[in-house]
Design a protein around this ligand. Structure first.
Ligand SMILES: Nc1ncnc2c1ncn2[C@@H]1O[C@H](COP(=O)(O)OP(=O)(O)O)[C@@H](O)[C@H]1O
Ligand SMILES: [Mg+2]
Length: 237
């Protein structure tokens, strides 16, 4: 199946009814059925489109990009923008992927953000510098991006994504059901409650889940938390 067929299936059948391995992809993400719907639509359209997810840490942004990668396989490439170099352009030139996922977009160096502007509009990359030359086009390319802090993204780059989707902090109920889903242990919800009360995020929930183990009790959870918070960061100035 080529990328377009796979994407068309995604929208015609609904992710839930796709073959199990595709169903798995966005299925790992708890909640967000409306955002999943937007992603399915974006994958299924013939048009080029760019989508940006903005949200606090541990709000499933990378999971969405991973879901795109899982569905689109070889037709997609994933970059962490933290260390972007011309290697990205090499990969684009050689692989001509139909889908590119860029995580941590705000960490992309500004000069590189500029190189992407044209590409995100027309699929055209033209770089003409002393040491590096690129001139190629990928028709119908789609870009899925994720960022924590949109203020660090240059306004022109931001505008290439149309209207970003801002994922809000989880409500208490959402936080608890995500905790249950990711931990799959008896005290999952309890850990969620404790961490939520302290203002922590889902990554903290996952760590504590590992420390108390599959057979952990509520008493174990409280013990681990007491130690964690006894040795929490203090202002040393
Ligand atoms: N809605 C969710 N459903 C399932 N797991 C989640 C959800 N939100 C966060 N998580 C958990 O939190 C971890 C961090 O999510 P990730 O997508 O990497 O966050 P970020 O938004 O920082 O990129 C994931 O590995 C996953 O286990
Ligand atoms: Mg991430």
């Amino acid at each position: 199946m080529n990328w377009r067929q796979k994407a068309k299936q995604a929208i015609e059948w609904g992710i839930e009814q796709l073959q199990p391995e595709i169903q798995e992809d966005f299925g790992k993400i708890a909640g967000y059925s409306d955002v999943k719907d937007i992603f399915k639509r974006a994958l299924a359209t013939d048009e080029s489109i760019n989508l940006l997810l903005v949200g606090p840490p541990a709000s499933a942004k990378t999971m969405f990009l991973q879901g795109v990668m899982d569905i689109m396989g070889d037709d997609a490439v994933y970059f962490d923008a933290t260390n972007t170099t011309n290697r990205v352009l090499d990969v684009l030139e050689q692989k001509r992927p139909k889908i590119i996922c860029i995580d941590e977009l705000e960490k992309m160096p500004t000069n590189f953000q500029n190189k992407l502007l044209n590409f995100l509009e027309s699929g055209h990359v033209k770089v003409d510098q002393k040491k590096v030359q690129y001139d190629f086009t990928i028709k119908g390319v789609k870009c899925f991006g994720a960022a924590n802090n949109p203020k660090k993204i240059s306004p022109p780059l931001m505008s290439r994504f149309g209207k970003p989707l801002y994922l809000p902090k989880y409500t208490k109920e959402q936080f608890l059901s995500v905790s249950e889903k990711v931990l799959e242990i008896e005290v999952g919800r309890f850990i969620g409650e404790q961490v939520y009360a302290k203002g922590g995020d889902i990554r903290e929930v996952i760590n504590i889940g590992k420390l108390v183990g599959k057979k952990g009790t509520e008493e174990d959870v409280l013990q681990v938390l007491r130690t964690m918070y006894k040795y929490q960061e203090v202002d040393t100035e």
